[in-house]
Every structure is written in structure tokens, then in C-alpha cells.
Design a protein around this ligand. Structure first.
Ligand code: HSE
Length: 417
């Protein structure tokens, strides 16, 4: 029997309580072990009452850490603090820890894994990335014998939902509102729409896949500048726009970026719709593998939290988390094709000015289009050949300074995966 303490009775915590109760027999039959919820903690006592577990409620997390019967603490409160303090204190109290907290693992992972190693306990965090998708297990265990060299992830359900709904005709604001109503958006939508949630998840995945210490300087662009016309132009060109988290290890250099990306409509990732998440891995031996599923939500996420608890109970968890210092690629040196959409005055010589700037910055145009809209200000869409990031950023800056350019140029990188 394994006795656990659960800290946090919100979306995921309440799911954990339900699963442990409803699937008790199933869990015992499948694993040969029993898991008992010994104590729970939350600031709000009413949550415990609503779940029918008032009898094991405590308002002070230290009660759980000081209980000698409890061998595993489950932290599902989220955020940096007090989550980090609780996890570190739990580890020092020689408790194993299961967490769903991507923020704390992305920011304080090194400290936490070191503490777990020093105290000979396990730290498990499957639910931190991709909701119910067992991507951490896939990288750390199933594919441990391979060298993974590329990761392409749709790691944020909210932005994928928004982009899907915009493809179906909703405006950005309407789609965001729906995502919030459905309950998978972060409390602060900026975390989702500005790409920060995806960047935290990418940091965790790339550290594991590349066995590397990753610093925080991940190029991170969100989806707020994308409008319906970009989605339509992309479609006409055979592409779909996704907020993609990209990690590559090439020649011992690691390249990390999160940004709206045009990917071929025929690619598997292009068909990941709504709030679903997917992670597409490329490895030397496995070639390509894609894992797909619900990236958020109470019961899907709680299921893998309980999976981690079971792993610990069966003593099949992994404590070690060795990471090497590796060189991070200077993002200015990456090359890719780009989609540009400046909104310009429709008058003679304007396109020539833009083409001149592109040419002077070593940028070769692969395709260009301007629809006849009968308006004074019109969008021009430009697709380039392979271009160096620093050249493109300089050119875009110069284009945006032209008097005839009336709003900031939309820039989308193209990834011919
Ligand atoms: N806000 C996240 C998302 C869910 O939309 O995917 C939790 O990671």
C-alpha cells in the first residue's frame, strides 16, 4: 500500500480524487498495489467538502509533509510559488513528488532534480507537458535508446483552438472567449496566446530529449498578430498556420523557438484540431513518431498524474535527470522561408520599395500576391526563399519604417517539415 498526500484540489486535484476513488479496484488489479489518499490540502476547505473528503483535509501543507505514513506528495497547485517551496520541502522530508506543474519544472527543474537525487526520492511530472499524452515517458523510457534530434510540438490547446476556430471563420476574440469558457485557457491568457506556456513545455521536452541544460532564451512569438486573412492566404498556398514549438539538435547546437508556423497541409500536425496537443519526434532509429491527445482538462491530466503515482508505488520511477551544458544556437543565424504581409498604400512604386529593401538584405522572393480589393490600403503577401533570420528581421524593420506601410508587417516562418 502507498499512502499519498495531495496538495491542491482545483481542476487536476479534484480529478485525482475522483480517479483514485472510482478506479480503485481497476488500479489494484492492474498494478497489484493499493493507493490510499491519506491527507489533502487546499486553501479552500469547501473544495474538500464538495469532494466528500473533509475528514482528511488540512489547511497547512506541512501536516502532510510531517505525516510519516505519507511516502508521496502530489503537488497540483501550479505556478512558481509556493509550489517550488512545497516541492523542495517535500523532497527534503524524503517524500517522492508527483507534480503537474510545468512552470516550476521549467524554471526550477535543475534545483528540484538535484534535491531529489540528493535525497534519494523520485520526482515525476508527466502531466506538465501535453496533458494526458505520455510524452515524458516516451522520451525518458520508450525512446531512451535513440538520439532524438527534432521535436515539433503543438503544446498549447488554447492557441490551437483559436487557430482552428479562425480557420472556421470566427474572429480571434470570439475564439479566445470560447477557449476561456471551455476552461483550458490559463488564468492569464497572455501565457497561452503569447507562446509562454508552449515555451515552458518546450524547455522541459528539449532538456529531456537532448540531455541538456536549457536557458530561458527561447525565441517566443505568440499568435496575436495573426488574422483571418493570413490563415486564408496560407491555405491558398497549401499551408496551415500552427503555433509550433520547435527544437532541433544539429551538430551539437540546440535550436529552440516557439512561433506561428506555416506547415504543409498534408503534414500530420496540420490535422491536429481544436484544443488537442501533439508532439512529433524525429530520431535516428525511430525515424518519426507522433503522440496525440488532450493537452488539458481535469480527467485527462489527472489520469497521468495517477499514472505517475502508480509508477512510484511500483518503484519503476526514474529519479536521475542528468543534463549537460550544450551550446544554444544563436537564433539570428537560423534560416528558413518566410511569409510576410505588409499592409500598404496602393500606389505606384510601393512594391518596388519593399522589393528593394528585401533585395538589399539578401532576401530572394519566391512568390508574391496582391488581391484587387479596391481599397486605399491593401495587404501584399510575400513568400521568400531560404533566408537568414538576422537579414529578415533587419528587412522587416526597414519595411515597417516606410511611410507607405500602414501597420506592422506580419511575419510567419515556414517549416517544410
Ligand atoms: N493552458 C494550457 C493550454 C493548458 O491551453 O494548453 C495547460 O497546460
Amino acid at each position: 500500500m502507498t499512502k499519498i498526500g495531495l496538495i491542491g484540489l482545483g481542476t487536476i486535484g479534484s480529478g485525482v480524487v475522483k480517479i483514485l476513488k472510482e478506479n480503485k479496484t481497476l488500479i489494484t488489479a492492474r498494478t497489484g498495489t493499493t493507493i490510499e489518499l491519506k491527507r489533502v490540502c487546499d486553501l479552500d476547505e469547501k473544495r474538500a467538502e464538495m469532494l466528500g473528503i473533509r475528514g482528511i483535509y488540512s489547511q497547512n501543507y506541512k501536516d502532510l509533509l510531517n505525516d510519516p505514513d505519507i511516502s508521496t506528495i502530489v503537488e497540483v497547485i501550479g505556478g512558481y510559488e509556493p509550489a517550488r517551496t512545497i516541492i523542495i520541502e517535500a523532497i527534503r522530508a524524503k517524500k517522492n513528488v508527483v507534480t503537474a506543474n510545468k512552470a516550476v519544472i521549467a524554471k526550477h527543474g535543475e534545483e528540484i532534480f538535484k534535491a531529489a537525487e540528493d535525497n534519494n526520492v523520485s520526482i515525476m511530472f508527466e502531466a506538465a507537458v501535453g496533458g494526458c499524452i505520455p510524452i515524458i515517458k516516451a522520451i525518458r523510457e520508450s525512446f531512451a535508446a535513440d538520439k532524438i534530434n527534432r521535436i515539433y510540438g503543438i503544446l498549447n490547446g488554447t492557441t490551437n483552438y483559436i487557430l482552428t476556430k479562425m480557420e472556421e471563420g470566427l474572429s480571434y476574440d470570439q475564439a479566445l472567449k470560447q477557449a476561456q469558457e471551455l476552461g483550458f485557457a490559463e488564468a492569464n491568457p497572455s501565457f497561452d496566446v503569447d507562446g509562454l506556456d508552449s515555451a515552458q513545455k518546450l524547455k522541459i521536452l528539449s532538456s529531456l530529449a537532448f540531455n541538456a541544460k536549457i536557458k530561458d532564451d527561447i525565441l517566443t512569438w505568440g499568435i496575436t498578430k495573426i488574422n483571418k486573412s493570413d490563415i486564408k492566404y496560407a491555405k491558398d498556398l497549401g499551408y496551415t498556420i500552427k503555433l509550433l514549438a520547435i527544437a532541433k539538435e544539429i551538430d551539437d547546437e540546440i535550436e529552440l523557438r516557439v512561433h506561428p508556423t506555416m506547415i504543409p497541409q498534408t503534414h500530420e500536425l496540420a490535422n491536429i484540431k481544436n484544443e488537442s496537443n501533439a508532439i512529433y519526434l524525429v530520431g535516428n532509429n525511430i525515424d518519426k513518431a507522433m503522440l496525440y491527445g488532450k493537452g488539458a482538462g481535469s480527467m485527462p491530466t489527472a489520469t497521468v498524474v495517477v499514472g505517475d503515482i502508480i509508477d512510484i508505488a511500483k518503484s519503476s520511477s526514474i529519479t536521475n535527470y542528468y543534463s549537460e551544458e550544450k551550446k544554444l544556437k544563436d537564433i539570428n543565424t537560423i534560416t528558413c522561408r518566410y511569409y510576410l504581409r505588409p499592409n500598404v498604400l496602393d500606389k505606384p512604386g510601393v512594391f518596388a520599395m519593399i522589393a528593394d529593401i528585401l533585395g538589399k538584405n539578401n532576401i530572394s522572393i519566391s512568390g508574391v500576391s496582391q488581391k484587387e480589393l479596391g481599397k486605399d490600403i491593401v495587404p501584399i503577401t510575400i513568400i521568400t526563399h531560404n533566408v537568414r533570420e538576422s537579414d529578415m528581421m533587419q528587412a522587416v524593420d526597414q519595411i515597417n519604417k516606410l511611410d507607405v506601410v500602414k501597420s506592422k508587417t506580419v511575419v510567419i516562418r515556414i517549416e517544410d517539415i
